[in-house]
Write a protein that binds this ligand. Structure first.
Ligand SMILES: O=P(O)(O)O[C@H]1O[C@H](CO)[C@@H](O)[C@H]1O
Ligand code: HPA
Length: 269
């Protein structure tokens, strides 16, 4: 299985290297409705369809492009477990970013707000996560040359990066992200249960990527855009088109945070 993943990385890397030779140190993954933020970062745009062996996102709001430049590699779109991908594919972008030279990764997502003070449009800096996916991307044989069999997860979201983000946006909320499989949204009873577990925002991504990135020794920053109040807390039904629309509306504040965070990271490390 591991060989398979590393082969996938190698094949993808070779096709990218035919297009350019950049080795940026900062990587970003853009969640639902956030793909157009890729244009903020300098680089060549490589559609996922031109990366050998790479899948194409099936979810609206994920454009499916890599923007690869001298300073940043931006994945505009991601692969979710609920799309039917194996975990190896869900975290393929993270292994690929690592092989491109990325040392610091900023993971963004759209999420439902569970904590009462969180409203649609708010940004939440992730302080920690709870994995409710029932799977871990590191299951299977371990390649000790990449990372340890039992990687520590006591500080997944690098404190230094959280401090830098709070300096840029002092009003940034912080919270715990809970990852569920989806694709059905949660029931109100599940949301009440997740609140008692200590989950502040809920979504269907990010955690496998964060685990893989820590395993590979990267610094990790996670940022959720609250696109809706979680099930049972707001009015009406949840709808992915509203998630995408609200994500787009929050782009202005996120744009500033991401661009300034990237420059702070470049100065800091
Ligand atoms: O986490 P991202 O990719 O931003 O997407 C979020 O939005 C979708 C649900 O509306 C789910 O895929 C959820 O995880
Ligand atoms: O309410 C939600 N639940 C799960 N995933 C989500 N992604 C955006 N909003 C949500």
């Amino acid at each position: 299985m591991i060989k398979n993943r590393q082969e996938m990385v190698q094949v993808a890397l070779e096709s990218i290297r035919k297009k350019n030779e950049y080795s940026p140190k900062v990587g970003l993954v853009l969640g639902s409705g956030l793909s157009s933020l890729a244009e903020e970062f300098e680089g060549d745009t490589i559609p996922f369809s031109e990366i050998d062996g790479y899948p194409v996102p099936t979810v609206t709001g994920h454009s499916g492009m890599l923007r690869l430049g001298p300073e940043t590699a931006v994945m505009a779109g991601r692969f979710h477990y609920y799309e039917g991908h194996p975990m190896d594919t869900v975290v393929l972008p993270i292994f690929l970013l690592k092989s491109l030279g990325v040392q610091t990764i900023i993971l963004t997502n759209a999420a439902g707000g569970i904590r009462h003070d969180l409203a649609p449009g708010d940004l939440v800096l992730l302080s920690d996560h709870i994995n409710l996916l029932g799977a871990n991307p590191l299951m299977g044989p371990n390649d000790d040359s990449l990372g340890p069999r039992f990687p520590d997860m006591s500080e997944v979201y690098t404190p230094d990066l959280r401090r830098l983000a709070k300096e840029i946006d002092p009003h940034l909320a912080e919270g715990v992200y809970g990852a569920v499989t989806g694709p059905s949204y949660e029931t109100p009873a599940e949301i009440r249960a997740y609140r008692t577990l200590g989950i502040d925002v809920v979504g269907m991504s990010t955690v496998p990527e964060a685990i893989a990135a820590r395993y590979l020794g990267m610094r990790v920053c996670g940022i959720s855009v609250v696109t809706n109040k979680a099930a049972g807390l707001g009015q009406g039904e949840l709808d992915h088109s509203e998630v995408v629309d609200t994500g787009k509306k929050a782009e202005h504040r996120l744009r500033r945070l991401l661009t300034e965070l990237v420059s702070a990271v470049r100065q800091h490390y």
